[in-house]
Every structure is written in C-alpha cells, then in structure tokens.
Write a protein that binds this ligand. Structure first.
Ligand code: ADP
Ligand code: MG
Length: 293
C-alpha cells in the first residue's frame, strides 16, 4: 500500500473511533481470521453489582459483608468494586484491612479485624486447604448456572459464605459478534471466570468457542496455541490481565474504556469501548489495502 493510502486509512480510523498505533497495523489487521474476546469489561460492561449473599450457618451476613468488603475495597477488580459498594450499602462502613494482597486471577487475601480473610475463586481457598461445605457449593453452582459470578469468602481457615455479582452483557456485543462472523472471523470467548458463567455469556452473544478459567498469565499461552494451529489472531481486551495477550496476538485491540496497561499493549484502541468498532477496523484495513493492490 502507498503511504498516502495508509495515512488516509489511519485518518478514517480516527473518525470511526479507532486509534491506530502505526500505519503497518492495518496490514496485520487484514490477515486476521480469529478474534479472541475477553469477557469482563469487553463483551460485558464490567459494571457489576452485588446480588446474593449466602452465609454459612452461624455466620452473620453483616459480618460476612464487612470482612469481605473491607478487603475488596482495596482491590481495583470490577468484582471487588461491586462487592465493596454492596457491602457499604448493606452493612454500613468498612474496616480498613491491616494487610492486603491481591492474587492475580484468583482473588484477594489479607488481615481484617485480626481475621485472616480470603475472597475469590474456590481455587484460592483450596490453596489454603479450605473446602466449601455442600450448601455453599450448591448455592454457588446454582448462581453460576444463571450466569452470575460467585466468589467464596473464608476466614480463619473456614469457608464462611458465597457472594454473587452480575454484570450485564453490552447491548452491542451480539451485533458485533454477528458482524465479525460476516467478515469471516471465528469468535472465541476467553476469560478467567467460571465455565458456566462464560458459557452463559457466550450463548447470549452467539459465540460457541469458549475458553474459561484461564489464569491471567496463561491467556498468552492460549493465544500462542491458536497461532500454532495456523490461525491469525486478534485479541480484544481491557484489563491489566489482558496486556500480555494483547501484545502477543497478531493484532491487539484495546478497549478505550479499559486500563492503561491494555491500551499501551494494543496496536489499536477502540476509543468508545464499542465492540462493533472492532469489525469496522477489519473492514477499514481491507478497504484501505484492497483498493491499492
Ligand atoms: P476476566 O478474564 O473475565 O477479565 P479475571 O481474570 O480478571 O476475569 O478474573 C477471573 C476470576 O478470578 C473472577 O471471575 C473471580 O472469580 C476471581 N477474582 C479475581 N479478582 C478477584 C477479586 N478481587 N475478588 C474476588 N474474586 C476475584
Ligand atoms: Mg477484562
């Protein structure tokens, strides 16, 4: 392509709400055949709200919310923010944790009011040899089957409850997926969240390839595996946990509404965070490069 055509393409991109790092990006965009979509914050709004509070027998719901909310208040994760906000609403003020540590893709742990507290995936509790009792495991499974994300809460070596949060699928996501398919792309949903939740979201937007329960540092390996299969992969993401995968993909598209880490790692930024613009980007590059050949 001539430099002039690429500049015109780049300028047209800006009008569409696509920031392009360099003219060469349009070239890689044209060859893409697979689009990997992060779930939380990309396909869904990422604005979650606290839904159910299930506490173990003998455990006070307010205490559960206060201890879990206290730790989550210190975390930037969208799930954490929903739990902290819900806890403040339902239980009043939150104590400041004496100690706090976030475990990527698993949850948070720390010390609150002298209690060693864990909030996150069941996997996180298992690392401390804590199992969910049957009633809590059943409540969690039922919520997940309905598409809610459930996190477990434990303190002082025992599981104490399950909190669920729900996040809405963006109104534009299904149309975006349909548009990507029309352009010949294979959409794949990639998430650290639970399989049941991931499948429920995938069904809503029309994706049938789901890769769930992937730890943040393993998202890169998923991209590499798809590339090894001979696929040319675009990745769309918003989180700190997507940055490495965005950099590894043949084309990284960052949501403009996402984190700085994702925006820095991507080749393109979808300014308004509208997934339909990912399809516009592919169409634009085909048009820009196709007309000149
Ligand atoms: P995604 O890939 O969809 O953006 P993440 O990798 O950020 O999701 O998170 C994966 C899972 O880890 C979440 O669904 C949740 O179960 C758990 N998790 C991560 N951070 C937290 C947190 N601060 N509090 C509770 N659970 C968390
Ligand atoms: Mg995300």
């Amino acid at each position: 392509a001539t430099p002039t055509a690429l500049m015109v393409g780049t300028g047209r991109g800006a009008q569409l709400g696509i920031l392009i790092k360099g003219p060469e990006v349009l070239e890689s965009t044209r060859r893409v055949d697979t689009v990997v979509l992060d779930k939380t914050g990309t396909v869904t709004t990422g604005r979650m709200r606290l839904q159910d509070v299930f506490s173990a027998p003998e455990v006070d719901e307010e205490e559960l919310l206060r201890l879990a909310g206290s730790l989550e208040h210190a975390s930037e994760h969208p799930i954490a923010q929903a739990i902290a906000a819900g806890a403040i609403e339902r239980a009043g003020g939150l104590p400041v944790p004496e100690n706090f540590d976030s475990v990527a893709g698993l949850g948070v742990q720390g010390l609150v009011d002298g209690h060693a507290v864990l909030v996150g995936r069941e996997e996180l509790l298992r690392q401390w040899a804590i199992e969910l009792p049957r009633e809590l495991a059943e409540a969690k499974a039922a919520a997940e089957a309905e598409g809610r994300t459930a996190v477990a809460v434990a303190w002082d070596g025992e599981a104490r409850g399950v909190l669920t949060v729900a996040d809405a699928v963006k109104e534009t996501s299904a149309a975006a997926v349909a548009e990507l398919r029309r352009l010949g792309m294979r959409p794949v949903l990639l998430t650290g969240d639970n399989q049941a939740v991931a499948e429920s979201v995938a069904k809503t937007v029309g994706i049938d390839e789901v890769i769930a329960e992937v730890l943040p540092h393993d998202k890169v390996d998923v991209i590499k595996r798809l590339q090894d299969e001979g696929r040319v992969v675009a990745m769309v993401g918003d989180g700190v946990n997507d940055a490495a995968a965005l950099a590894t993909a043949d084309l990284g598209l960052a949501m403009g509404t996402g984190t700085d880490a994702a925006i820095e790692a991507g080749d393109l930024t979808l300014v308004r965070g509208d997934l339909r613009v990912a399809a516009d980007a592919i169409r634009l590059s085909r048009k820009t490069l196709g007309t000149i050949k």
